[in-house]
Design a protein around this ligand. Structure first.
Ligand SMILES: [Zn+2]
Ligand SMILES: [Zn+2]
Length: 268
């Protein structure tokens, strides 16, 4: 017998649908990027490849299985968010007019900036030897990551990543559409970061995008050499804290200027 007014019962009833949404949120972008990579003509792939390393045998399977665990953690967190909203602890508002369009847009920007900050500092902490083994080693098993590595976390790291959204909802009133945009942006950037091939237009990489935002090369260098490039969306924290890979800017420029039939970049 369930009580429709009990936050816990609400969370339990909401969980299967949330799990399905979280599963699709991973499967659709990861399989779309994997398909694009598979269909990319060899010359185009070679001219945009960020590394010579190839994924290890069985790596994709492990990335997928760990991602399934993360989907479970994320969906459990989503169910707890439902309970938190019902209990009045977390602030999800459904009337768009209550705060207006300017607030909606601003809250999205704040959410992305805050998540970039959360990710950078928790990521750096997880690289401390005492924590790395328990929290972050699973993600770094992929030395040449694939799109399927987007959620390839150990249980502890999945919890660290999941906790951000309830914390944000505790501080900031958010509309479900803003939460959806934030999660969609997060997974798309995450999948692209693990693709091993730059899929964005060269003009973007050479221009404003490359100047401010992270690229596939940026995160790939992190998987190759864990001591640099901890950022998720922006280059800001890495540049400010001196943790950006010393060769990153030069290698990005080389990649952008690489002729269509060139050889891939050497392994770091
Ligand atoms: Zn990664
Ligand atoms: Zn790392």
């Amino acid at each position: 017998m369930t009580d429709p007014t009990c936050p816990f019962d609400l969370a339990v009833r909401a969980w299967p649908a949330i799990w399905l949404i979280d599963l699709m949120r991973y499967l659709i972008p990861a399989s779309a990027v994997a398909l694009v990579l598979a269909l990319l003509p060899a010359a185009a792939r070679l001219s945009r490849q960020v590394r010579a390393r190839v994924p290890a045998p069985g790596q994709r399977r492990l990335e997928f299985l760990h991602s399934m665990l993360t989907v479970l953690v994320f969906s459990a967190t989503g169910a707890l968010i439902v309970a938190g909203v019902h209990a009045g602890v977390l602030r999800l508002y459904t009337d768009w007019a209550a705060f207006g369009a300017a607030y909606g847009l601003a809250s999205f920007v704040v959410l992305v900036l805050a998540h970039d900050t959360w990710f950078y500092w928790t990521h750096r902490l997880m690289h401390r030897p005492a924590l790395f083994r328990w929290l972050h080693r699973t993600h770094h098993r992929s030395v040449a990551p694939t799109p399927w590595a987007a959620y390839s976390f150990a249980l502890g790291e999945a919890v660290v990543q999941a906790v951000f959204l309830p914390l944000a909802l505790w501080v900031l009133p958010l509309h479900p559409a803003v939460v959806f945009m934030f999660l969609a942006h997060m997974i798309v950037r995450n999948v692209l970061g693990h693709a091993g091939v730059e899929l964005l237009p060269r003009a973007w990489l050479a221009g404003w995008w490359g100047r401010w935002f992270t690229t596939t090369l940026h995160h790939d260098l992190h998987h190759a050499q864990g001591g640099h490039n901890f950022g998720l969306y922006f280059r800001g924290w890495d540049r400010l804290c001196g943790t950006e890979h010393p060769d990153y800017a030069q290698r990005l420029e080389q990649l952008v200027r690489r002729p269509k039939m060139a050889a891939p970049l050497p392994s770091p």
